[in-house]
Ligand binder design. Structure first.
Ligand SMILES: Nc1nc2c(ncn2[C@@H]2O[C@H](COP(=O)(O)OP(=O)(O)OP(=O)(O)O)[C@@H](O)[C@H]2O)c(=O)[nH]1
Ligand SMILES: [Mg+2]
Length: 510
């Protein structure tokens, strides 16, 4: 038996390597043994550290509350994340405010370029000797939109586009403004490059490159200024380097800041021009309802000493690409729940995802790793089309997404929270006379007012839960306008407590 073992050991090439050298002297032996002991000590120490790290990670993971933000593009996911950071990690938030200057400047420039593009088209039309009424683009319903419909969703209709031919008076003044503001195109490109926003993946299947959502159902044109997105805010905003500066320390006056300061009066004059307003109205472009609208703040933002405020950053638009993981330690320890000596609820991991269709495949791996999903449903978009596929109504897309989430077996134990978002925009739209039942026939003769619309849509979301959920579940629905930071802070408190309570229930702590 012994002989066999010995033979096996000798025939094992690995054992052979480990054999002491032949003719080893006692001194050599002692040195070798000491060396081996030292190596074993180091190896044991590494094993201990790895074990401790694994235990710490497991412990930390048990303490962490993980939340996934879902919803179509421009639904307000990143804005919820910003609100969360503003409320629960204010020191870090304040330190980062200044880093948003370039994003907000670019938002403002894009507002201007949207107008310039429309103005140039009109001017070209006036210059053309054969100018005639403009044909509306052909309207082809998408197979995705139509075949996916069921009785709940089938009554969202899309009006075919048609351009208004209102008589707009564009004069020499507009040509001059167009010329004077043209350097902003280059400044915009520079800022995009600086933010690392030129991502080749950022092209939709229909060939558009980062077009904005928010094209109205009956808008005559799909033309919008290009949107921009970045893989991670951290890199784009130059963090953490920028965050080491004092919040009120003056910022360097770079080229974009200087050019914007020089063009301040021209931008204001463009936005206040009555003919420009008429043109926007005729083209049915509600620029003031679009993400990243800053034209009303031009005087402040074009100042050479401009530093973004909380509200500016919350309203800034920076499209998310892929999945971004945010680890947030709540600053107030009173926000944590003490459980078995652990401060539960003070560490949050929030996954902020890109919402456009081409990015949704990246959501799935996070489904079984989170405690809760906050689903953003932008309910003001009942009369808008999807940028990725202009034949699909945005509200219809949102309801289809919600149904897929509710029906997913991977999510059957996940707490679902719905934010019926952009209620402020909904209110403005309804007040401007837009009729919901023109776009959603099933709304019928109900009152065209925000409370009624919110209730109607809440019921639609609940109907889908009843019809498609894998068993009964608690779902929380809130009407929100997440650019209102005060109201959102209150909602987030309720949501935070709800998520923790549900989590504890699942963990059988209560
Ligand atoms: N008026 C208004 N604007 C909102 C509201 N919620 C979000 N926004 C704005 O809408 C724009 C889009 O919001 P985001 O949070 O960037 O949207 P998102 O869902 O992260 O979009 P993706 O990153 O493309 O998936 C931003 O400019 C926000 O300021 C709201 O309730 N009211
Ligand atoms: Mg986002």
């Amino acid at each position: 038996m012994v002989a066999r073992t010995h033979k096996t050991q000798l025939s094992d090439p690995f054992s052979l390597v480990l054999q002491p050298p032949p003719n080893e002297t006692p001194a050599e032996r002692q040195k070798r043994v000491e060396l081996e002991q030292e190596q074993k000590r180091v190896s044991d120490q590494i094993d201990d550290e790895l074990r401790k790290e694994r235990t710490d990670k497991k412990k930390r993971s048990r303490r962490e509350v993980k939340v996934l933000l879902l919803g179509q593009s421009e639904s307000g996911k990143s804005t919820v994340l910003k609100n969360f950071r503003l409320k629960y990690a204010p020191t870090q938030w304040k330190a980062e405010l200044r880093s948003w200057r370039a994003v907000i400047q670019l938002n403002l420039i894009q507002n201007v370029l949207t107008i310039l593009d429309l103005m140039q088209d009109r001017l070209a039309l006036l210059d053309s000797p054969t100018s005639s009424p403009i044909d509306a683009p052909a309207f082809t319903p998408s197979p995705y939109g139509r075949t996916s419909m069921d009785s709940t969703l089938s009554e969202i209709t899309m009006a075919p586009p048609g351009r208004s031919n209102a008589n707009i008076t564009l004069t020499q003044k507009h040509r001059v403004l167009n010329l004077r503001l043209s350097p902003l195109r280059e400044v915009g490109d520079d800022l995009r490059r600086r933010l690392g926003a030129s991502d080749p993946e950022f092209t939709f299947a229909n060939g558009s490159d980062g077009a904005m959502n928010g094209v109205l159902d009956d808008a005559p044109t799909y033309k919008c200024s290009r949107e921009f997105g970045v893989r991670g805010w951290i890199g784009a905003l130059g963090l953490p380097l920028n965050a080491t500066k004092k919040a009120d320390e003056p910022m360097p006056i770079d080229e974009a800041t200087e050019i914007l300061a020089t063009l301040r009066d021209d931008i204001i004059s463009l936005w206040q021009d009555p003919d420009v307003r008429e043109l926007l109205k005729a083209e049915r472009v509600r620029i003031e309802d679009r993400p990243g609208f800053f034209l009303s703040d031009t005087a402040r933002i074009t100042s050479r000493t401009y530093i973004p405020s909380d509200n500016d950053v919350v309203r800034a638009r920076l499209r998310t690409l892929g999945v971004q993981e945010w680890r947030i330690t709540l600053e107030q320890s009173s926000d944590a729940y003490m459980i078995a000596g652990d401060a539960f609820g003070s560490e949050w991991v929030i996954y902020d995802v890109g919402g456009s269709r081409s990015m949704r495949h990246a959501w799935l791996p996070y489904f079984d790793a989170v405690n809760a999903i906050i689903f953003l449903a932008p309910i003001s978009c009942f009369d808008e089309r999807l940028a990725e596929d202009p034949s699909v109504n945005r509200l219809e897309d949102t309801l289809l997404l919600w149904r897929a989430i509710v029906a997913s077996p991977l999510l059957k134990n996940t707490t679902l929270i719905v934010f019926l978002n952009k209620c402020d925009l909904l209110k403005r739209k309804l007040q401007s006379g837009i009729q919901v039942n023109k776009h959603m026939i099933s709304f019928g003769t109900r009152q065209n007012e925000v409370g009624t619309v919110v209730k109607y849509l809440k019921d639609k979301f609940k109907d889908i839960i009843r019809a498609d959920s894998n068993g009964p579940r608690t779902t929380y629905l809130y009407a929100t306008s997440v650019t209102d930071t005060k109201a959102t802070a209150a909602t987030l408190n309720i949501v935070r407590d709800g998520i923790i309570r549900e989590h504890l229930k699942h963990a059988e702590f209560v």
